[in-house]
Write a protein that binds this ligand. Structure first.
Ligand code: ATP
Ligand code: MG
Ligand code: MG
Length: 534
């Protein structure tokens, strides 16, 4: 398999394609229009785009629409939107169904050449025979009989519906993928593009090599669980005398505590365990983008994973840590205080009337712009900070200066209800232990925003669901955590999906308003062990 890789450098594998010529490479991303894209698909899409761009070639987006029972036009639209969210734009959109006539001709050709036969062996029996290496009773039927049965299949007659078409490769090859795979089957469901024109549909194993070949694909990227099927792919090309295609395989992406299968994701949506396909708890492209994962971090992560052949469940932490490096230099800094935990502080020596000063939104990056900070003689601080202050302690009020804690009022349960401080601007902020965020007590003229901070936990309680596991046994009971906070008025300028930092709280993405209240979703930064450190 490593033959398909090239340019092994001292640093490890450099991403490259065997036999690639600049300007001539054609790759393709072939989603089935049966659901939304998830982070696993993102890996395939990003790698395909990367190689197309690297060699100044072309990327095809091909809808692999050979199973009308599962596919819908709606999903083609949403998949294109998902790709857009990943900054992946194909040079051309195609469909396997564009080639149904051609595929049919190839089916006839392969039957006539004696390399395929029709079979009406019952499904379970066929599976057993394939497993045991036993030939079908129809394996040596005549070409005329095969053509006749295939014709019945095409017409969708009751007789035809009993049959399928199989490639005549091998009865008992050690590679079970080569044991006469089914290449055409009947389906009377109307197809979302070709309607009821066809009653027969090619399988992926037959259609993929043919369509790759006729669409000019030079390098077909496939996940390596298909590796057993590579010889079958080459057999089809050979049997039909088609142009050769290079296969470059890579490992399927998996994450702990995460379901990456359209079928299971459908189940979560149908059972109302998430609010929709764009739920921030979901590993869909929509979900992760909404959660604040940037395209830049996704690309970096996928390219790093690129040549790996190991099929392992990855931790989410590493991708979020990469994301943090992307967003930290550009995320504007805002301040927020949890509403239930605010403590009023009287600042002696503070301004008699509110004063407003422009400050950079990011201390190290002036390009992020300016915000307005309000200074008054009554401010709010967090309970956790307030509790920690010692009597007469000198602390630093960030973006302002030092102050000395003169008195604290404590209620019966030990909560601080009020504090008095003396401003001490000549104090040295390098000498204080505590640098705290604060907000000016809101007034009509200088209000604060009541906002909701959202945090999420994994949807399932088990790192890796096994085949027989019942999903409902492993659903995390509570996965959403809401907290009300007061935020500085500069958040008024934010647009949906803007990423920011509430200083000393973490990174958040502005998710828009819900019943007039701005909602902010916490972006994991790869440091906490779990998603929600509750
Ligand atoms: P699912 O069952 O999750 O829908 P799939 O492979 O059936 O996965 P397709 O729409 O056929 O979904 O996939 C389109 C492309 O995305 C294929 O090339 C496939 O190999 C790739 N792909 C799908 N899931 C993953 C994954 N977890 N990691 C890497 N690539 C993936
Ligand atoms: Mg598939
Ligand atoms: Mg699938």
């Amino acid at each position: 398999a490593s033959k398909a890789r090239s340019n092994k450098t001292a640093a490890g594998f450099a991403l490259g394609l065997e036999g690639a010529k600049e300007g001539q490479v054609v790759t393709r991303f072939p989603p089935e229009p049966s659901g939304y894209l998830h982070i696993g698909h993102a890996k395939a899409a990003i790698l395909n785009q990367y190689f197309a761009q690297m060699y100044k070639g072309k990327l095809l987006i091909r809808f692999d629409d050979t199973n009308p029972t599962k596919e819908r036009t709606e999903f083609e639209e949403t998949i294109l939107e998902d790709l857009h969210l990943l900054d992946v734009r194909g040079d051309q959109v195609t469909h396997t169904s564009d080639h149904f006539d051609k595929l049919y001709e190839y089916a006839i050709q392969i039957i006539k050449s004696g390399k395929a036969y029709t079979d009406d062996t019952e499904q379970t029996k066929m599976r057993e025979q394939r497993f045991d290496g036993i030939a079908s009773a129809h394996r040596d039927d005549s070409v005329e009989d095969n053509l006749k049965h295939f014709d019945e299949m095409k017409a969708g007659t009751p007789e035809g519906l009993r049959w399928c078409l199989r490639a005549k490769i091998s009865v008992d090859d050690v590679n079970k993928a080569l044991r006469d795979p089914v290449i055409y089957r009947c389906n009377v469901t109307a197809h979302h593009r070709t309607g009821d024109k066809w009653k027969i549909y090619p399988t992926y194993d037959f259609a993929c090599p043919i369509v790759d070949s006729i669409e000019g694909v030079t390098h077909a990227l496939r996940t390596n669980e298909y590796r057993d099927r590579n010889p079958q792919y080459w057999w089809m090309i050979e049997a039909l005398g088609l142009r050769k295609v290079n296969i470059w395989d890579f490992s399927r992406l998996n994450f702990i505590y995460t379901l990456l299968s359209k079928r299971k994701l459908h189940e979560f949506v149908d059972k109302g365990l998430v609010r929709g396909w764009d739920d921030p708890r979901f590993p869909t492209v929509r979900g992760i983008r909404r959660r604040g994962l940037t395209v830049e971090a996704l690309k970096q992560f996928m390219l790093l994973q690129g040549p790996s052949q190991a099929i392992v469940s990855l931790e989410w932490d590493s991708i979020w840590a990469m994301n943090k490096k992307v967003i930290d230099p550009i995320a504007p800094r805002h301040w927020a205080i949890v509403t239930d935990k605010k403590v009023p502080v009287t600042i002696k020596g503070g301004p008699a009337a509110p004063e407003v000063k422009p400050l950079p939104k990011h201390k190290k990056n002036p390009d992020v712009g300016e915000k307005k900070t309000v200074y008054t003689s009554t401010i709010l601080v967090e309970q956790e900070d307030a509790v920690s202050f010692e009597d007469q302690e000198e602390i630093t009020l960030m973006d302002w200066g030092n102050a000395i804690v003169r008195s604290k009022t404590v209620d019966a349960s030990g909560h601080i209800t009020a504090i008095e401080m003396d401003l001490h601007l000549e104090g040295d902020f390098r000498k204080t232990k505590k640098k705290i965020t604060w907000l000016a007590q809101p007034t009509d003229e200088h209000p604060l925003f009541t906002v909701t901070l959202l945090d999420y936990d994994y949807l399932i309680t088990k790192k890796k669901l096994e085949e027989g596991d019942n999903l409902t046994d492993f659903v995390t009971p509570v996965t959403e955590f809401r907290e009300q906070a007061l935020a500085d008025a500069n958040v008024a300028d934010l647009k949906k999906s803007d990423i920011l930092q509430f200083e000393r709280k973490g990174y958040f993405i502005y998710d828009g308003e819900n019943e007039g209240v701005k909602e902010f979703i916490r972006i994991p930064d790869g440091r906490a062990a779990g998603i929600a450190s509750k």
